[in-house]
Design a binder for this molecule. Structure first.
Ligand SMILES: [Cu+2]
Length: 105
C-alpha cells in the first residue's frame, strides 16, 4: 500500500517532486531513472513480464529482451504485449524487477 501511495504522489506531483531536494523523495524514485521498454509478453504464472529494454544503467545492462519480476503483481493485469512503458529496474534477490513504470502514450 505504501508503494502505491508513493507512486500516486510521484505521478500527481511532478512539479513538486522536481523542487524537492531529496529528503522526502520516495526511495524508488531516487534509485533509478526511467528507461524505455516495450512489453513483449506477460507471464502471470511466473509473475514476470518480458520487456525489450534500452540501456539500463541502474543495473548495468545493455539493451536486450528479457524477463523481469514486478514490484506489484497487479501490474501484470494492467500491462499487455505491445505496450510501451518507461520504467525503473532494480535487482532484488538476484532477479531484475520493474520497481515502477509509467505508460508511454
Ligand atoms: Cu536486460
Amino acid at each position: 500500500m505504501r508503494l502505491i501511495l508513493t507512486l500516486l504522489l510521484a505521478l500527481s506531483l511532478p512539479a513538486f517532486a522536481q523542487h524537492d531536494h531529496g529528503a522526502h523523495k520516495p526511495a524508488a524514485a531516487q534509485a533509478a531513472p526511467l528507461s524505455d521498454g516495450m512489453i513483449k509478453k506477460i507471464d502471470k504464472g511466473a509473475g514476470e513480464v518480458v520487456i525489450q529494454h534500452g540501456q539500463l544503467d541502474s543495473i548495468g545492462m545493455p539493451p536486450m529482451t528479457m524477463a523481469f519480476g514486478v514490484a506489484d503483481q497487479s501490474w501484470l493485469n494492467k500491462l499487455k504485449a505491445g505496450d510501451k512503458i518507461r520504467f525503473a529496474a532494480e535487482m532484488k534477490g538476484g532477479n531484475a524487477i520493474v520497481s515502477r513504470y509509467e505508460m508511454v502514450k
